[in-house]
Design a protein around this ligand. Sequence first.
Ligand code: PAF
Length: 285
Amino acid sequence: MIVIKHIDNMQQYIKERKHRDITIGFVPTMGYLHKGHASLLEKAREECDYVIASIFVNPLQFGPNEDYDQYPRDFERDKALVNTYGVDAIFVPNKDEMYPTESGCQLTVMRRTDVLCGKKRPGHFDGVVTVLTKLFHIIQPDRVYFGQKDAQQVAIVHDLIEAFNFPIELVACPTVREEDGLAKSSRNVNLSDAERKDAPRLYDQLLTARKAVLTGESVESVKKKLVYSLEGIEHGHLDYAEILSYPELKPIESLDQTIIIAIAYQFEKARLIDNIIIKKSEIDL
Ligand code: PAF
């Protein structure tokens, strides 16, 4: 496995391989890797000739009062993990490499950002699509792998790929969980012991909401109970709990479409998100 820090070296690496009939799989990350990332790397390894991961904590997608500085970082640990998954190259640019001057040009997401994390974190998805556009141009992947835990990100990256005609297939992989149901996240390391005990309740409540939806309870009633039970968690506070259409992310009144039940919960030093998607075919049964 090769570690590449500079954009021109990464471009050269791609140039030497891209002229052949090969597929490049790309797993963009912000590091502090966990089993969720590992599942993306495994899938990419299965499906592609070359697998490239990037590790870059992207300042553009963090708001002024968010956890950019506290975001966990451990490159040596990440490098060892990535190596065990047969990755061919990791791209680890620093901030000055990616954003050498204050950018004169940035992308704006026009759809699906007035809800969930887009509403709560203004500018977040503009930062995500801007860095991904740069990474897609540099790495020129054929397939890109994302975790479904970031379901809004997945929907928005679909739009990005379509809007800018990137010849890239987006592969969305299921959320990987701890044994007690907590979704794997780099931010889990910032939970206190007491918060870690509370955290699996997020998924428990999503499962309860899912069951209620499948037994025909109204969206309004399911949402009310979900909010009530999440507000009852001892530590931290609920940021949002929503039931929306997916991938459109529009409000719904009836359950005749694929939906997402999505939550964000703020613990002291870790904001966690999770969701469950219920396909129309499951609701119809
Ligand atoms: O999901 C993430 O870790 C980030 O949003 C991404 C896609 C690597 C862009 O910085």
